[in-house]
Design a protein around this ligand. Structure first.
Ligand SMILES: Nc1ncnc2c1ncn2[C@@H]1O[C@H](COP(=O)(O)OP(=O)(O)OP(=O)(O)O)[C@@H](O)[C@H]1O
Ligand SMILES: [Mg+2]
Length: 298
């Protein structure tokens, strides 16, 4: 049996294409990393930060874009490329190059340090007061030689009072100075607004935008990559004009929506014994554009 039957597929998908439909459905539904130019540029910006020499004033990055547009996927991919390694020289602790935490639902310093400790794998002593938690977190961040702190969902800062917000932004500034490591904040345009409300932080965080997708060669390349990863035996031609335009309109240019739409159509195809996605299927899968769903929800 030769893989050459499926020239429209990447090798991983070629190897799966002859598998039974049920198995392929499971693979289609699983998360997979898809490279695209803007994501690769973000990854290399992160790489630059990670190798930046320690100095008093470290540069920071703010990965900003609409919800569901691939921000977390990028920082997760980066973290996976820099997994904890050998015990750190001297103290026996495992080195953790990239630590990723989620901003708690509100800018609460105590919960923030709990999140840091949890990410470090430290036992949770939830009754500790802020000072104790902060001390422990700072000690462990140093012991594990964390070289980059990624804070996802940073727009949650805005759900606090003005005073809480200000205190939290001060804390971020202090953290960067104290540890002399780059901070990477991830969030929506609201996050940008929060950070820019503090002049001193504003000029330390370089925004890196992940805008919604628009029609153009990059977008068509993305569709091509997506198609090449789905183990369907026939070519669907997602990047052909009518299909590409339909996907763009239905998804409103949001990457997560594009992926969801195409994978649902691929699953529907397989369930019906078909080997390609066509434009009518996109109509049949009862997909509501993101704006409609928001309207219905709220
Ligand atoms: N590089 C990628 N490769 C494959 N799929 C992706 C990629 N980026 C995003 N996706 C798809 O889009 C979905 C949303 O991505 P992600 O969770 O990273 O969005 P986000 O920008 O962090 O959203 P939010 O602001 O709501 O947290 C993913 O679950 C995945 O299906
Ligand atoms: Mg996210």
């Amino acid at each position: 049996m030769s893989d050459a039957h499926y020239p429209h597929l990447l090798p991983v998908a070629q190897a799966l294409a002859d598998a039974p439909a049920e198995l392929r459905v499971r693979r289609v539904r699983a998360d997979r990393w898809m490279g695209y130019a803007r994501a690769e540029a973000a990854l290399s910006a992160l790489e630059d930060l990670l190798t930046f020499p320690k100095r008093l004033r470290m540069p920071n990055l703010l990965l900003v874009g609409p919800s569901n547009n691939g921000k977390t996927m990028i920082v997760e991919k980066f973290r996976r490329e820099h997994l904890p390694g050998d015990p750190h020289a001297g103290n026996g602790a495992i080195a953790i190059p990239v630590l990723k935490v989620q901003m708690p639902p509100a800018p609460d310093e105590r919960r923030f340090f709990s999140a840091v400790l949890e990410a470090l794998g430290a036992p949770d002593r939830s009754n500790d007061r802020l000072a104790a938690k902060q001390d422990m977190a700072m000690r462990m961040l140093r012991a594990t030689d964390v070289r980059m702190l990624v804070i996802d969902e940073v727009h949650n800062i805005l759900s606090g009072s003005r005073d809480q917000q200000r205190r939290f932004l001060n804390l971020l500034r202090w953290l960067g100075n104290e540890l002399q490591i780059p901070l990477v904040a991830v969030g929506t345009a609201e996050a940008l607004r929060a950070i820019q409300s503090d002049d001193q932080l504003a000029n330390r965080f370089t925004p890196f935008n992940l805008p919604p997708w628009r029609m153009g060669p990059e977008y068509l390349r993305l569709l091509n990559t997506l198609e090449a990863m789905l183990p369907l035996r026939e070519r669907s031609g997602l990047e052909e004009p009518a299909m590409a335009q339909k996907l763009l309109t239905s998804s409103e240019g949001i990457l997560g929506e594009i992926v969801a739409l195409v994978t649902s159509a691929a699953v529907a195809a397989l369930a019906n014994g078909r080997e390609r996605v066509d434009i009518d299927m996109l109509d049949d899968i009862d997909f509501k554009p993101p704006t409609d769903r928001r309207r219905a929800a709220g």
